[in-house]
Design a protein around this ligand. Structure first.
Ligand SMILES: Cc1ncc(COP(=O)(O)O)c(C=O)c1O
Ligand SMILES: N[C@H](C=O)CCC(=O)O
Length: 429
């Protein structure tokens, strides 16, 4: 038994499924997840002494790679001053300012402890501000495990075949309207029918929880127009895309500004954090400025804030986005060529340093496209890559994350591994 197998067996005795978040359990691909001992740059090291080029990057926060020395330094400095106070700190003010200056839609921002809290709070605020209950979400979008949004979700929920979770009362999701991603005509029809009941539309401006699905031209612009016409709040869930696809997020990259924005992941530099913010007239309704209650013992945690501030400082100083674009394009092109050479049909979909790989013949534009892709080929590819020392998310519903620590050497080694892995995926297809 490897040490990972031993630990996984022990973990299953005390932790449901042996993991603290379902996507980690390898349920869709089979096998034992390597237990991680440490990370450095683009690499992970497991407890059995194996090393991997890592494209999970903790599902998005690690845009600078693992254990970036300047981020580690900021965390240590902050921890030495005290882990949490339940009182305001200077760092929170600094982080709020950095976020507001970077993200076009933000006039005010509230820090929370996770992406889930951010989306949950943005929904509550939208409902309070409009006096309506309806929420629109897109199939395959994942916005954390918020009851009202855990319907036909992507990410681990679709991976495990439970896109809509038991335990969510029917009455809660009755108010949730589901639409196919990239289908503006369906959104128009819904607003024509029920526009007066809709409090908000929440959307990942680049879908990152059904692999990677870019918005088609006009889709986000159309949502912006519809929500304005009908007095609904447009929420961009930028928990993945914020400071990832551009410093100012997808809204800066794509030029569409929502009313509210949810953030997480990168803004905490690997520590637990989330944020939601937007128009001042909306945010001033949040307690204690206004009546919409939302709170958190660890919200704006000083250690997380320090990690986030340092990460964003590095991103500002170094502007790594052009280089990330280049290295990610090298990866996408290399994967596409390797698949072609192996005679297997795949779609490599990329926006900045986010990448999705689907074993299917047609470009994927929505959740139905992901579901129709060849899951068995993905499983064979995944295990061949893992055996070759490349760590991918164990599901085609998850994105690949490239960091500034991924250089040409890592990319070329990945493509080389993929050449063989595609052949394995194809051989038994
Ligand atoms: C787009 C998006 N929104 C919200 C969330 C929820 O964030 P968290 O896992 O920090 O609660 C996630 C990831 O889990 C996400 O990818
Ligand atoms: N896709 C999810 C978030 O982006 C993966 C993180 C998790 O649920 O553990």
């Amino acid at each position: 038994m490897s040490r990972s197998e031993e630990l996984f067996a022990r973990a299953r005795r005390w932790i449901p499924g042996g993991v603290n978040s379902p996507v980690r359990a390898f349920r869709a691909v089979g096998g034992t997840p390597p237990f991680v001992a440490r990370g450095e740059g683009a690499r992970l090291f497991d407890v059995d002494g194996r090393s991997y080029i890592d494209y999970v990057g903790s599902y998005g926060p690690l845009i600078l790679g693992h254990a970036h020395p300047r981020v580690v330094e900021a965390v240590c400095q902050a921890a030495r001053l005290g882990a949490t106070f339940g009182a305001p700190t200077e760092g929170e003010v600094a982080l709020a300012r950095v976020l507001v200056e970077a993200v076009p839609s933000l006039e005010e921002v509230r820090l929370v402890s996770s992406g889930t809290e951010a989306t949950m709070s943005a929904i509550r605020l939208s409902r309070a501000a409009t006096g309506r209950s309806g929420v629109v979400k897109f199939r395959g979008g994942y916005h954390g495990h918020v009851d009202a949004l855990l319907v036909e979700s992507g990410s681990g929920a679709s991976t495990l075949g439970v896109p809509s979770s038991p335990g969510v009362p029917a009455a809660v999701v009755e108010q949730t309207h589901l639409l196919p991603y990239n289908d503006l005509a369906a959104a128009q029809a819904l607003f024509d029918r029920s526009g007066a009941e809709i409090a908000c539309v929440i959307v990942e401006p680049v879908a990152g929880n059904m692999g990677v699905v870019p918005p088609e031209p006009g889709f986000l612009e159309g949502l912006r127009r519809l929500t304005r016409e009908h007095g609904a709040v447009l929420i961009f869930d930028e928990v993945i895309t914020g400071f990832r696809v551009a410093y100012g997020g997808a809204q800066a990259r794509l030029g569409v500004t929502p009313d509210l924005t949810c953030l997480g992941k990168v803004i905490g530099g690997g520590m637990p954090i989330g944020a939601y913010g937007g128009l001042r007239e909306l945010m001033e309704q949040v307690a204690p400025a206004g009546p919409v209650y939302q709170a958190g013992t660890l919200a704006g945690n000083p250690v997380a804030v320090a990690a986030g501030l340092r990460t964003l400082e590095i991103l500002r100083e170094e502007d790594p986005y052009p280089a990330l674009e280049e290295v990610s394009a090298r990866l996408a092109d290399g994967l596409a060529e390797a698949a072609r050479d192996a005679g297997i049909c795949v779609q490599v979909q990329r926006v900045g340093s986010l990448l999705g790989l689907f074993f299917t013949e047609a470009p994927v534009r929505d959740a139905a496209g992901v579901a129709a892709a060849d899951g068995a080929a993905f499983r064979r590819f995944f295990h061949a890559m893992l055996d070759a020392g490349v760590y991918l998310a164990p599901s085609p519903w998850e994105a690949w994350f490239v960091s500034t620590a991924h250089r040409a050497a890592e990319i070329d080694a990945t493509v080389e591994a993929a050449r063989r892995a595609f052949r394995i995926a194809a051989e038994r297809a």
